[in-house]
Write a protein that binds this ligand. Structure first.
Ligand code: ADP
Ligand code: MG
Length: 706
């Protein structure tokens, strides 16, 4: 490029020297002419004077030519600069394309990540199901089998034993009974026969005695009583025969009784044998039942074996799945790390300080600024969106010259911001643009979100509108993300502080009467932490808990405001959320802070018109807002030029946010503006302030700041 410049110079100087030579020649002609003219002074006449005039005009035109050449040179250098500008523009557009590519990649990764997560959850539930089914069916079968086996065996043993006992006892009692009866009958028969034998014997003896006596008597009365004796003998002989018959009969009786008894015994035996065979057949029945049971047991065993092999197959599959899941988990962790990295890069590319402009909604019927235009295209070559405000032509005189803006062009002002939201934008739509910042605070960054603008421009509506303001939506997102991060091994604690700064004094919105004592801001510059002494810190356990605390703080703010004549528009409200995450599996932790701030109304209050409390308030607001601008500006300068003092201490607001502005932190400012004609003055002021913030952004990744 230097070479190009030289070339331009060389060409220029060549032309110049030719022209200079011409000039010299002309002037020498002139000189000669004038000399000759002088010599012939008297002969000077009108034609000569005219000629001289023409000559002089030629000389001046030559001089003009010379000046044109200089302009040409400038034009060329201008062209060169234009070329440079277009090169820079093309660089910027490449950067934008890169940024979009990153965004796309991030989106794809997130999509992939969520589908992987779903797949993982499905696999896990399948594994659990399989595990449960396999284990429970195994256990049920085992238990059932054991119980059945035991019961069958016990039942069988019991039945056999009881039958054995029963029949043995029955047989024994019957045999005993019959043996006893038999023995007794035998005994009586023997006794009877003994008795009879004894009787026979004694009768024999008596008979012998009688015989001897009779013989003696016979001998004595042989003659006299021989017939009588014979008769007696016969009689006695008959008697003897009878008695012998009786004995024989009795012996037959005995024999008969014996036979009967023998028969009885035999029949009892047969009956017992029958019983025995009955028992035996029952026994064999039981044995076949046992065989059946054994068979069933073998079948069951086979079934168990089959189930076990199935189970083994399934558990192998489960191990395989587990390995796959582990692999997926590893991949997920990698993706998560990559996502965190890309997310941060994306935020960096977007700039660590970003400014979003929001135009407040007003109904159609109300007279708005005659033209408030937001360029339709997404972003311009500076990766910005434009807002063009045109003055109402009829009203021009009223506002002319009041801003001293250099960019006034045909009565319109153009501003550029990272994003411009028109009147019809919704809080939910806006939150989509800032939700990634909230994620950054969970990743361990300090994040500040401000709302700046005049009273009535929609700051509180943007930040605190119940349900869909940035504050409630941020809390929802925090608790949603915390839930998601649990599956990646992270557990978080969320602490909240709810503060108001009014007249440079801190008020604890959870202790509005200030009973806790003195509030002091203290910094730990090594840990990059800030604490405010005595301010209530609430551990927010859930989304609903956080919302109820938020309600209390907001209620206290508006109560104080009603008492003190709309104090809320003249105080800054700062909601501080400290997010501490621990991943014990990986042994890492992170701590981020999210500050959500609704600033005091930025309207220019002219101090000279305010008195007393109003004057104090005005000074406090002017001071803190201008100090906020100064701090952000100084941070930008420091980054570009190095080692500069940042005036954090100049206001409570900036001092409190020392560790959340600049450095590695991320800042987003909403500039809220009213579209009403009557607010034009303040609208332009706010947009100017925001422009100052926007143009001093910290962009560590942009080549310009290297
Ligand atoms: P600020 O906090 O800046 O003083 P507010 O948020 O209180 O302003 O807004 C002023 C009024 O305008 C409120 O009544 C609010 O409800 C209303 N308002 C602001 N922005 C919107 C919007 N986008 N849609 C509907 N109403 C709005
Ligand atoms: Mg407000």
């Amino acid at each position: 490029m230097e070479y190009h410049d030289d070339n331009v110079d060389q060409n220029g100087s060549n032309n110049n020297s030719i022209k200079q030579q011409e000039l010299i020649e002309i002037s020498s002609v002139l000189r000669r002419t004038s000399e000759s003219s002088l010599n012939s002074l008297e002969s000077i006449n009108e034609p000569n004077r005219k000629r001289l005039k023409v000559m002089e005009q030629t000389k001046y035109s030559m001089y003009n030519d010379f000046e044109d050449t200089a302009i040409l040179k400038k034009r060329e250098s201008l062209n060169y600069r234009r070329q440079r500008i277009s090169e820079l523009r093309s660089k910027i557009s490449t950067l934008i394309t890169k940024k979009e590519e990153h965004e796309l990649r991030n989106y794809e990764l997130e999509e992939k990540y969520s589908s992987l997560k779903k797949g993982l959850a499905l696999i896990e539930s399948q594994i659990e199901e399989i595990n449960d089914i396999g284990q429970s069916s195994m256990e049920r079968l085992r238990e059932k089998l054991v119980v059945e086996k035991k019961a069958a065996r016990a039942n069988h043993d019991q039945q056999v034993n009881s039958m054995k006992e029963k029949y043995t006892a029955e047989a024994e009692t019957i045999i005993n009974k019959y043996e006893q009866e038999y023995a007794e009958k035998l005994k009586t028969l023997v006794a009877q026969s003994n008795h009879l034998k004894g009787e026979i014997k004694s009768e024999d003896q008596e008979h012998n005695r009688n015989l001897i006596k009779l013989k003696e008597d016979y001998h004595k009365k042989l003659i006299s009583e021989s017939t009588k004796i014979d008769e007696n003998i016969r009689h006695i002989k008959d008697k003897l025969v009878n008695e012998e018959l009786e004995i024989k009969r009795k012996a037959i009786d005995y024999k008969n009784t014996e036979d009967i008894l023998k028969n009885d015994l035999t029949s009892t035996n047969t009956r017992l044998n029958g019983l025995y065979s009955q028992i035996s057949s029952k026994f064999s029945n039981k044995e076949s039942e046992i065989d059946l049971l054994r068979h069933t047991i073998i079948n069951k065993k086979n079934q168990i074996d089959e189930i076990t092999s199935n189970f083994n197959l399934k558990s192998n599959k489960i191990t395989e799945h587990k390995q796959k899941v582990e692999l997926i988990n590893k991949k997920l962790t990698n993706y998560e790390n990559k996502r965190r990295y890309l997310h941060n890069r994306l935020q960096e590319l977007k700039g660590n300080i970003r400014v979003f402009c929001r135009v407040r909604y007003v109904p159609e019927s109300i007279d708005k600024l005659s033209l408030i235009e937001i360029a339709d295209d997404d972003i311009n070559e500076n990766a910005n969106q434009e807002i063009i405000i045109s003055k109402n032509q009829d009203d021009g005189s009223k506002y002319s010259n009041s801003y001293g803006l250099s960019n006034i062009n045909n009565n319109s002002y153009t501003f550029q911001f990272d994003k411009v939201f028109n009147m019809n934008s919704t809080n939910a739509g806006i939150f989509e643009e800032i939700s990634q910042l909230i994620q950054s605070s969970l990743d361990g960054y300090n994040v500040c979100v401000f709302a700046y603008g005049q009273t009535g421009s929609g700051k509180t509506y943007t930040m605190s509108q119940p349900q869909d303001g940035m504050i409630p939506l941020s809390l929802n997102k925090i608790f949603e993300d915390i839930e998601d991060l649990k599956s990646k091994g992270w557990s978080y604690t969320v602490e909240g502080q709810f503060i108001e700064i009014y007249n440079e004094n801190i008020i604890d919105l959870l202790t509005p009467n200030g009973i806790n004592g003195k509030y002091e801001i203290k910094h730990d510059d090594i840990e990059n932490k800030t604490i405010v002494t005595n301010v209530q810190t609430i551990q927010l356990k859930s989304e609903s808990h956080a919302n109820s605390i938020l309600e209390t703080a907001t209620r206290n703010r508006s109560t104080a405001s009603t008492k003190a004549n709309d104090r809320s528009s003249r105080s800054h409200s700062i909601y501080i959320f400290k997010l501490q995450g621990i991943n014990s599996a990986k042994g890492i932790s992170c701590q981020g802070t999210l500050n959500l701030i609704d600033l005091a109304g930025s309207e220019r209050l002219v101090s000279s018109q305010a008195k007393g409390d109003r004057l104090k308030e005005t000074q406090a607001i002017n001071k803190s807002l201008s100090c906020l601008g100064d701090v952000i500006y100084a941070l930008g300068q420091k980054q570009n030029n190095g080692g500069q003092h940042i005036p954090y201490r100049n206001s409570k607001l900036t001092y409190l946010l020392k560790h959340s502005l600049g450095g590695n932190s991320k800042t987003l400012m909403f500039v809220n503006v009213s579209p009403l004609q009557k607010n034009l003055n303040e609208t332009i002021n706010s947009l100017r302030f925001a422009t100052k913030v926007n143009t001093t952004k910290l962009q560590p990744s942009r080549p310009s700041s290297r």
